[in-house]
Design a protein around this ligand. Sequence first.
Ligand SMILES: *Cc1c(COP(=O)(O)O)cnc(C)c1O
Length: 356
Amino acid sequence: MTRAWVEIDLGALRRNGAVMAARAAALLPMIKADGYGIGAVAAARALESVSPWGFGVATVEEGRELRESGVVRPIVVFTPTLADELADIRALRLTPALGTARQIEAWRAIGAGHQDWHLAIDTGMHRAGVHWDEVAALRGLLEASPPQGAFTHFHSAELDDGSLAQQERRFEHALEQLPARPALLHTENSAALSRATTSRWSLARPGIFLYGVGSGPRALVQPQSVVSLRARIVEIHTLDDGDCVSYDATHRIAGSRRIATLPLGYADGYRRVLGNRTQVLVAGRCAPVIGVVTMDMTMIDVTDIACDVGDVVTLIGRDGERERSVESVAHDGGLSPYELLTGLQSRLPRVYVNAS
Ligand SMILES: *Cc1c(COP(=O)(O)O)cnc(C)c1O
């Protein structure tokens, strides 16, 4: 047992994958950012259980890691690629997402025009891809090098602002302007797929749901939690009235309190802002984090909880009847659950449970 670690329930990941797979013709699970921090290779192996069409990553290096681990399925690289990255993409048999004439021309220029690629269509996110009402300008290139797939990305699938329907209409409009309909069409992220009874397209691209974070109360399905963050108590001190705790003395002791120190901090991804704002679980009970979280250590108040040095504390995850979900901890800190999850750093060993 180590001092602090991230525990990953691969059984829950597989079950979440099955829930998403049941709503879609086929899955293109997103395992970018090292599988949202849980380990891309482990995630890819676990998700083999749902026979995905392929996997989605952000960068060429992420694609390389998967190829080198033995993944033979298609791997789509979603972040726009620079011309000098295309040769590696080709050599690794990755599938680029291209969205400008310049990118498509560069892909053709290296002689890869007839290799699979997907057309990125921007329907309102304004991040990457060809504008939905400008695809006609690409006609010549698309006729010369037809894309295997076309996709768009929703900017607010979790909200009820009508934007998702508008983006779908724009996507359909864009598809009508293409010289031919690509074989693979995809739009839905976790929130869109969780809130629809079935996918409308040939592939769906869930990410965060697989890793245990749901899309709010309007979702029709909720994931099982996958990630736990645990640490062992390394010291316990009794502090007296007026003593301060941690940098900037933001917490002052009233009366006499028992304070435990945990060996992880913001350099591990347990964000500084969580200090004085969240709780952890010790022996199945809640203990507040006091003072700011420091780079390597975090202090908690365990005055009313029987515990000792070496005992395991749960910062994210379940302990007995109680659970600190990724969402609730992120909420306490005013953080996005995506940020909290992907921010858990490599200094924390990953411990996989229920691998098969
Ligand atoms: C990250 C990402 C997804 C997955 O989004 P989630 O909200 O995690 O489900 C889907 N498509 C694209 C293009 C992405 O970048």
